[in-house]
Write a protein that binds this ligand. Sequence first.
Ligand code: ADP
Ligand code: MG
Length: 320
Amino acid sequence: MAMALGEFELIERFFKREQAGVLLGVGDDAALLAPSPGMQLAVSADTLVEGRHFFAGTDPYAIGWKSLAVNLSDLAAMGATPRWFTLCLTLPRADADWLQAFSGGLFALAEAHGIALVGGDTTSGPLAISIQIIGELAPAAALRRDAARLGDDIWLSGPTGAAALAVQQRLGKLDLAGADLLHCARRLDYPEPRVQLGLALAGLAHAAIDVSDGLLADLGHICQRSGLGAALLLDALPGLPLALPPAADALQVAQLSGGDDYELCFTAPVSARAALIALGERLGLPMARIGSMQAGAAVTVLGADGRVLPQARAGFNHFA
Ligand code: ADP
Ligand code: MG
C-alpha cells in the first residue's frame, strides 16, 4: 500500500536487519527457515490494538517491546525456544519518529532473546500490531494446559496485579505515586516474558500457562483442559513490592483477576519442590507455591482461616 514514507522504504529502513539462523528473510514472497533436526515447531500469534490492548498515546518503544513480549510469553508457557517472528503492522500513517522508537523496542527484546524478524505485512488503518512467533521444542517436552495431575502443586513465577493497578491508575480510578507508580507502569508497559523459566521447567512441571487475563481465569483454563479443580491459598500469593498498596479489596482483585503481568502459572509434582526452589533462586525469580490441583472443576481461593473466599468469583468480573 502507499504511504508518505513508502512501504518498501519503511520496511527496508526499520524492519530489515542482518539475521542469523534464517535461510531467507525479509524481502521475498516468503521466508525460508530451517528447523533444528528432530525438533517440533511451536507457533503462536497475538495482536495488540490501540485503545483495546494499550492506551492511545503509549510510548511507541513500549508498544514495540510489549507486542513481542506477549508472544514470547506464549512460547515460554509452552516451554519452547523462540526462533523467528513475523510482524503485521497496521498504521494510521507512516511516521518515521514513531517507527524508529517502535522498532527500537521491538528489536531490543528480539536481540535479547536471539530471535529473527523474518517477514510480515504493512497496511494502513487503525493502529494494530500483530505478531506471529515460531519456536522449537523437543518432542513431548511441551508444557500443555491439559497435563496437570491430581495433587500437583500450583506455582506462580512472581507477583501478579501490578499491571492491572497501572491500568486503574491510567483510568483515574487509583492514586499511585512515586516508586509504586513507576513499578506498576513498568510492569504494564515492559512485561518480561519468562522464557528461561519455561525452558527450565521441562522435566519438572506438568502444565503451564502465562497469566495474561488474570490468575483465576488462566488457571481456570488449566483446570478445564485437565479435568481438575484448583485450590489457591490467598496468603501464599507472592506480595507486590509496593510501599503504599491500595486497599486490601482492590489489591486482592488485582492479584487474582488482573491481567497483563505475564508471569507463568504452572503445576508440578510435590517431588519437584526442592528443584523448583533452587531454579527460582538461580533465575532470581520470586517464585511461590500457591496451591494445589484437586478433584472438581472450579478454582477456589482459601483465606487464612481455610474458608473459601466468596470475593474470588466477584473479583473475576472486575476487570472483565
Ligand atoms: P507481498 O506483496 O508479497 O505480500 P509485501 O510487499 O507485503 O510482499 O512485503 C515485501 C517483503 O517485506 C516481504 O518479504 C514481507 O515479508 C516483508 N514485510 C512486509 N511488511 C513487513 C513488516 N512490517 N516487518 C517485516 N517484514 C515485512
Ligand atoms: Mg504483503
